[in-house]
Design a protein around this ligand. Structure first.
Ligand code: MN
Length: 711
């Protein structure tokens, strides 16, 4: 149990000139306010603010913060008002206590909307004064330790919130011990069985583990002594939650206790970190790929250390962290270690700059995004998995884990993202979906005429890349449709000797657009481009009646609206689609789309005999939409002996394969051979293949061949 004197002593250690008088007044004030109140644990309430204030000293916080820690529950739980606190302790403390009270009053309800709302408020409080969050963290830290007195439902609810919000916050603020403890405490209530199993086993193996730790420390000390390296070395069981994660990840058994031990080496100077690392690696075999240099590349929370994994004296994997005393202090105190205690100044602007994620969160919550997007951003920004990569000029970019060169390109500039066609990582060409690693140098290869692809959405990791690509697709689709619609209408008008440009100038086209309730011609063109109206429908009013049927009908006969065509076009929702007569594709064939001038997109097979005449630039990727049952006529040439009953056998095969014969033409030759051309309705290439196989088995059949084109 913490006594007031413990707090005073702790403060004086890091702040010898601290204003202890104010601290004493706060203690008395809090004791009076909470007088007679009892916690669920049965202890006097005052214990709680004392513990909270003591936890704040572990982060070396300033006097206003610790005073606020002592007073943090007075507004909420007693008759004290914000004005009272301001009168006795000044505006700064009053604002801090008020901020903490506001966060405590937020209920994190299960619904996503109210959770997002609460997060926004919390971030807002944080942006005003980060100390509010530190006090709230200390409050939560102590509450987690006394959670056992609450109902099971409450325990889970609070643990979930702690795990999802407070532990990541502590991590982001660089307070390592607090993050670890908060995780372990919530793990205890969220996975009670798993927690119990791990805790029991760790306790049971304590003796064995302690002996092992002793052995490793002795080995290292001996080695270090040879090189006159002074180091503090300690070892301990890994935290329960990280053991749990490790077991799940590596399918470890609880008996592999050595693997569950972590070592820490603390030295005086940075260069000694690398010396220690070299000695460790010379002594214990390092595991490739398990070394991270967070000294050269500090984490976003400014954490620095060397991390390595080696094969220990008994053939087991051990983890070792190497850092200086100063780095250790920063890892313990977190963000507070970075700011200077100056009158009226809460945040060192340099630190503010480095804690860029905080700025981004604040910006994100001001952007008024919808709640789902906001929570997404919050998670992306709060969770620790970031990597650091370099631009060719050596600037560092921070990206979420799993980010690709496309994310990198968009992180630098939207245009760079749009134009990116490839990337070099450390000088080697990589695919765009390549997963970047910390330390990679990334160079983006661009092509000014290149355009983003919808497929990128399948692998980008940053919200920026995602939203920029989406935005581009929306605009581009519309532009394409306008262009296409314009071309279709122009062509249609030309057929009737009507001039597009004249009608556009005279406003005649605008009038037609208005008849269709469009406000401008572009929307009207787009509707034709999308396939909402055929050009003929769109121009029905201006085309002379006698010119409508006949010729026109034939021209549009192969055009099917996308609605019916079994085709998906990459990047485009609605598009007029027709099927080429030259190669006559059927579902299942490898195909590509060709953007025609005026007739939408024509589908050809990948082996179309005319393929060379189709300009690369105007080809688009298309796939079959097999959910739609549409049949296509296919011409088949069957050579055979001239025998009776053959045609009947062929039609039986077609019928058994559900294929209609539309027409059949047969010829016999003097040498008693025969040839037939059959036009058959086919739904899919596999159906056709079955038919070909079965026909080949018919007695007297010599060959069967799919003819290209519909003649
Ligand atoms: Mn409290």
């Amino acid at each position: 149990m913490v006594r007031f004197n413990d707090i005073v002593e702790a403060v004086q250690k890091y702040n010898p000139n601290a204003d202890i008088k104010t601290l004493e007044r706060a203690y008395v004030f809090s004791a009076q306010a909470h007088k007679g109140q009892i916690r669920l644990s049965g202890e006097p309430y005052l214990i709680h603010p004392l513990e909270v204030a003591y936890i704040l000293t572990r982060m070396s916080l300033d006097i206003p913060s610790i005073v606020s820690g002592l007073l943090h529950d007075t507004i909420e739980d007693s008759f004290v008002s914000k004005e009272d606190i301001e009168e006795y302790f000044g505006k700064e403390v009053a604002e801090l206590v008020d901020g903490v009270t506001k966060i405590s009053q937020m209920q994190l309800k299960p619904s996503e909307d109210s959770r997002a709302e609460s997060l926004r408020k919390m971030i807002l409080a944080m942006s005003k004064d980060i100390r509010v969050i530190l006090i709230k963290l200390a409050d939560r830290y102590h509450n987690m330790q006394t959670l056992k007195f609450l109902s099971e439902e409450k325990q889970r609810e609070i643990s979930k919130e702690t795990f999802e919000i407070y532990a990541p916050l502590a991590h982001r603020l660089g307070i390592e011990w607090m993050k670890g403890d908060l995780e372990d405490e919530s793990f205890k209530y969220l996975y009670p069985n798993e927690y119990k199993a791990i805790a029991e086993r760790v306790a049971k193996k304590k003796k064995e583990r302690d002996a092992y730790i002793e052995e490793v420390i002795e080995l290292l000390k001996e080695k270090f002594a040879q090189f006159k390296l002074n180091a503090e070395i300690s070892g301990r069981a890994k935290r329960f939650y990280s053991i749990y994660k490790k077991m799940k990840l590596e399918r470890l058994e609880l008996d592999d206790i050595y693997d569950l031990t972590a070592f820490r080496v603390i030295v005086n100077e940075v260069k000694e970190c690398y010396l220690a690392l070299g000695l460790i690696h010379a002594f214990f075999k390092p595991i490739p790929g398990k070394f991270s240099d967070y000294i050269a590349l500090p984490k976003a929370n400014m954490y620095q250390s060397l991390h390595t994994k080696v094969i220990g004296p008994r053939g087991e994997k051990i983890e070792i962290q190497i850092r200086t005393h100063e780095m250790h202090r920063l890892a313990e105190e977190g963000i507070a270690a970075h700011w200077k205690y100056k009158e009226g100044k809460v945040f060192d602007p340099k630190v503010d700059n480095v804690f860029g994620w905080l700025r981004r969160l604040i910006d994100a919550q001001q952007e008024n995004k919808d709640n789902r997007e906001f929570i997404e951003d919050f998670k992306i920004n709060l969770f620790p998995d970031e990597i650091y990569v370099f631009t060719p000029r050596g600037d560092v970019k921070e990206l979420p884990k799993g980010a690709t060169p496309v994310d990198f390109a968009y992180a630098i500039h939207t245009h760079l993202g749009h134009m990116c066609v490839g990337a070099k990582v450390n000088g080697r060409i990589v695919p765009l979906r390549y997963t970047l690693k910390s330390g990679d140098t990334v160079e983006i290869i661009t092509n000014p005429t290149h355009k983003p692809s919808k497929d990128w959405l399948g692998f980008v990791k940053t919200s920026k890349a995602r939203s920029k690509i989406r935005q581009w697709i929306k605009t581009e689709q519309r532009e394409q449709s306008i262009e296409l619609g314009k071309a279709l209408i122009e062509k249609e008008l030309a057929k009737h000797d009507l001039s597009f440009s004249k009608m556009l100038k005279s406003g005649e086209l605008l009038n037609i657009a208005k008849d269709f309730s469009f406000e401008n011609v572009d929307d009207f063109f787009a509707s034709v481009g999308y396939g909402l109206y055929t050009p003929l429908q769109a121009l029905g009013k201006v085309i002379p009646e006698e010119e409508k049927p006949g010729k026109l009908k034939r021209l549009i006969s192969t055009i099917k609206r996308k609605k019916d065509a079994p085709i998906k076009i990459k990047g485009v929702e609605d598009m007029v689609v027709s099927f080429a007569k030259c190669c006559n594709p059927i579902p299942g064939d490898k195909i590509f789309g060709f953007i025609t001038r005026g007739r939408g997109i024509t589908i050809h097979t990948a082996d179309c005999p005319n393929i060379e005449t189709y300009d690369e630039q105007r080809r688009v990727e298309v796939t079959w939409d097999l959910g739609k049952e549409v049949t296509f006529p296919v011409r088949l040439k069957i050579s055979s002996d001239d025998r009776k009953g053959l045609i009947s056998d062929i039609s039986t095969v077609m019928a058994m394969n559900n294929a209609n014969i539309i027409s059949a033409k047969a010829m016999t030759y003097p040498d008693k051979s025969a040839a037939g051309i059959y036009v058959v309705e086919i739904g899919h290439i596999s159906q056709l293949q079955k038919i070909i196989k079965s026909v080949q088995k018919i007695k007297g059949v010599k060959s069967i061949e799919r003819l290209r084109g519909l003649a």
